[in-house]
Design a protein around this ligand. Structure first.
Ligand code: BG6
Ligand code: MG
Length: 209
């Protein structure tokens, strides 16, 4: 399936770089302030999920509820802390095989896109010094529907000037795999086959490809 692809669409968090640990630290700090425990296991539920939906899940875990304005302020506070952590990112935090795989696709003239829920995606690509490797970047600022809705991947495919059947999505989250399939694309899951059941193929990382 990878031999014939014309476009490759990559999720960011968990595929290109492991930012989940920084999201976790920032969400945990918010939970501490609110007086409840937030564990790494809880954090698994936030992978691939938008910022506001993540906050709703966190508040559900803590059994707390707030109005929209308060929630927006909390999400902003969490993001300020998260941005402080990711300001220190550099190339050494790229996941294994990322640069090599993207360069090999480029050499084969495969279109390369980012399809991420994150509103910090461009900032992160710059920190990792790989922004120039992407032909198209679609992030949380460009789409209105969060994964598992296919909007992010459909937009990336359109901007690459390709059809869904020509594109392969690379995703580590269940919601992202579902979004890729809903977009009519083939999906390579990054992680565990028992979790990413809907994926067409599952690998542990881009270094395997
Ligand atoms: C996804 C992450 O890529 O981006 C989620 O997997 C995160 O955990 C989401 O909540 C939104 O990120 P941001 O940077 O806009 O808060
Ligand atoms: Mg991800």
């Amino acid at each position: 399936m990878l031999e014939h692809m014309k476009g490759a669409i990559f999720d960011l968090d968990g595929v290109i770089v492991d930012t989940a640990k920084y999201h976790f630290l920032a969400w945990r700090s918010l939970a501490e302030e609110l007086g409840f425990e937030f564990t790494e296991e809880h954090n698994e539920r936030l992978k691939g999920v938008s910022r506001m939906r993540s906050l709703d899940i966190l508040l559900e875990i803590g059994g707390r509820d707030f109005g929209e304005a308060e929630k927006l302020a909390m999400a902003e506070k969490k993001n300020r802390l998260y941005v402080e952590y990711i300001s220190r990112l550099d190339e050494t935090e790229l996941l294994p095989g990322v640069k090599e795989y993207l360069s090999s696709l480029r050499a084969r003239n495969v279109g390369i896109a980012l399809g991420s829920a994150s509103k910090n995606a461009v900032f992160i690509l710059d920190k990792l010094n790989i922004a120039g490797l992407f032909d198209v970047v679609v992030d949380g600022n460009k789409v209105s529907q969060a994964k598992p809705d296919p909007e992010v991947f459909e937009t990336a495919c359109r901007e690459l000037g390709l059809e869904p059947q020509d594109c392969v999505v690379f995703e580590d989250a269940e919601a992202g795999v579902a979004a890729g399939k809903a977009a009519g694309m083939r999906v390579v899951g990054i992680g565990k086959p028992e979790v990413l059941k809907e994926a067409d193929r599952v690998v542990t990382g881009l270094h395997e490809l």
